[in-house]
Structures are given as C-alpha cells and as structure tokens.
Design a protein around this ligand. Structure first.
Ligand code: 13P
Ligand code: SF4
Length: 342
C-alpha cells in the first residue's frame, strides 16, 4: 500500500525536468490512490508492468515491476509469465515484447507512442536499400518497428551495438536508422582496429541530437571535477567530450560506483530523476530534455488499459512479420551473448 507521504518522500528529490517533474504533497495525494488501484488490478488480472527509465517517476517508483534499458526489458518481457504485459514506454518496445512472448497480451497505454528514430524508416525503405547494397548485412537498432526488424539481419541495442557490429562475420554493414549512433560506431570500430564499410540511414533521436559540445565546455568550466555521461544517440562531438558513454542502464550502473563532485547526464530526464531518487547524495548540473513519447504515459491510462482495454491498446502483429523479426532479435541474443572476442 503506497501512502501519499511515502510517495512524496521519494518524488520530492526530483529536481530536473521543469514542471512535468515538479512533485508537491498535493500532487502525491492525488496519485497515491491511483497507484494502489493499479496494484490491485495487476493482481486481479495477472498483469505485470514493464517500464523504461524515461517514463515519469511516479510510474517507475509507483507501479513498475521491471524498469530498465531496451535490452534488459526485452529479456524481462521474454521471461514474463503473467497473462498480460503492460509495456509503459513506446510502441517499438511493446512490439518487441510481443515478438518475444507471443502468447501474452501486450498492452501499450499511451496513444502517442512513436519514436523519432523508429518513425524515420519503413520496411519499404529497407527493401529499397537492400536492393542498392545487396552484399551488406543489415543491422537495425532496436528503436525500429517490427516490420523493419523483419527486413533486417541482426538487431542491436545501445548496450551491445559496438560488440555486435564487431562480431558479425562480414566487412559490409548497413546500420539503420540512427545516423549519429552510426557515426559513433564508425569511430569505435576505427579505435578497435576493426575495418568495416558501414553505411548509414539518416534518422536521429530528436532528444539526443540537441545536446551540444559547447554546453559541455561551458559547464565543465563552471563545475570543477564535472563528470559527463552520455547516451550513444548523441553526436560524435558530444561523445568526444564525455567521460562515459552507455545505455541508460549502463549509465545508471556506472554511477553506482563513481564518486565525482558533480554530474551532467546527456540523456532523457527520466534517467536523471531515477538517479536523484536512488542516489540522493549525488549532485546533478545542467538541464535535461524530455521525450514527448515516453512522457505521454500516465497513471490514468495504465489503469484504463487494465480495466477496459480498447482494440488499439493491444499490440497485434502479422504472424509472418513476427517470425522474421524474431529471427533478427534472436541474432542479437546470439552475438550479444557470444564469448568475448578479446
Ligand atoms: P536504452 O536502450 O539505452 O534504454 O535507450 C532507449 C532509448 O530510446 C534511448 O533514447
Ligand atoms: Fe525515441 Fe529519442 Fe524518445 Fe528514445 S528518447 S524513445 S530514441 S524519441
């Protein structure tokens, strides 16, 4: 049973993210009963809630059973044995859950559930590029639709992209859809001495592409000992000035053993909010940005899909697309979990 006081005790620590992330005792009074109703519904309906770290803190702290990055959530979805998976994130993550655990009902609460990367490329685009580059292995970031995955050979996430690109037994790779991540992969392959021709699609994450090297230089001059952590969807210029780069879970894990005087997190605000709650002794500077898709999720819609889901709330996919997309994701597990090359 969640009390308003217990909820406020956690959420009052969130200090970045503007009015969306400003929690008052009154706001927590409103949210606590809804959280308790969702908890009861989860048990009644045998449902489990998976949430990405970018969704609002009241969801992460209040109702989520599993919180993580795309890779960890995919594995959690695959193992889930509840009848219903409520995936509180964006559509491509819900689709991945359905592909990996097809007998479960997968529900997506938010109507605005896109992603600027996933929306930048269609299956027809991939087929077109495959005709132009017939000898290339097509590697897709997990931030793609099921239909795009079905046209590709290997999927990757931010936590394993460089190792998988190194491991795929080919010297010709076409990486879709994140151009900035692709430029970072090229640099990392050069650093590792791996020679591959890497073609790129022109998608970007509208949140991460906004971070600017000048802002890092400015804040470093203002805060002695500042540690800069960034997500690989940021530009190469930002990564050059970062102390650590990783998936959202890798950034969080890195923080657990690090003791710097101040931190600049170059990723969506939700991760900083989690860190402020879980590691209240750490100091964060700068501002962070909100993903309008992740932040479209709310407690009321989570309750709504548990009480009376509408047809559009369910993830439904063509069986042939699911089969081919599954092969692409299984190739990721194969390469991600292969013994280390070094
Ligand atoms: P992670 O897999 O690192 O959580 O990233 C997902 C995402 O959408 C980043 O913008
Ligand atoms: Fe997509 Fe960017 Fe939002 Fe992540 S932060 S879900 S990549 S739009």
């Amino acid at each position: 049973m969640m009390t308003a006081d217990a909820l406020y005790d956690k959420l009052r620590r969130v200090k970045l993210g503007g009015s969306t992330c400003l929690y008052t005792p009154e706001k927590c009074e409103e949210m606590a009963p809804l959280i308790n109703e969702i908890e009861t519904l989860k048990h009644e309906k045998n449902a489990v809630i998976l949430a990405h770290s970018y969704v609002s803190p009241e969801i992460v702290e209040g109702v989520a059973d599993y919180v993580g990055d795309s890779y960890a959530l995919s594995k959690d979805a695959m193992k889930a044995d509840a009848d219903i998976i409520v995936f509180v994130a964006v559509r491509f993550m819900g689709e991945t859950a359905k592909i990996l655990n097809p007998t479960k009902q997968v529900l997506i609460p938010a109507e605005l559930n896109g992603c600027s990367l996933a929306d930048s490329i269609t299956a027809a685009d991939v087929r077109h590029e495959r005709d132009l580059f017939p000898d290339h292995t097509f590697v897709c970031y997990i931030n793609t639709s099921a239909e795009v995955k079905a046209e590709c050979d290997v999927c990757v996430t931010s936590s394993n992209v460089d190792d998988i690109i190194e491991r795929v037994p080919t010297d010709k790779v076409y990486f879709v859809p994140d151009r900035l991540m692709g430029l970072n992969i090229r640099e990392e392959m050069d650093r590792r001495g791996v020679r591959k021709d890497i073609q790129l699609w022109n998608g970007t994450c509208y949140v991460h592409e906004e971070y600017d090297p000048d802002m890092i230089r400015y804040l470093r001059a203002e805060h002695e000992g500042l540690k800069v952590l960034s997500h690989p969807e940021c530009s190469p210029g930002v990564l050059h000035l970062s102390d650590f780069v990783g998936s959202t879970s890798q950034l969080l894990d890195h923080m657990k053993t690090d003791d710097s005087p101040a931190y600049l997190m170059l990723t969506e605000c939700g991760l900083t909010a989690r860190l402020q709650i879980e590691m209240p002794e750490k100091k964060f500077v700068g501002s962070c940005s909100l993903c309008r898709y992740m932040k479209a999720n709310n407690l009321a819609d989570i309750k709504r899909v548990l009480v009376e889901p509408q047809p559009q709330d369910f993830v439904t996919l063509d069986p042939e697309v699911m089969k081919r997309a599954r092969a692409c994701i299984d190739a990721m597990f194969h390469y991600a979990e292969a013994p280390s090359l070094s």
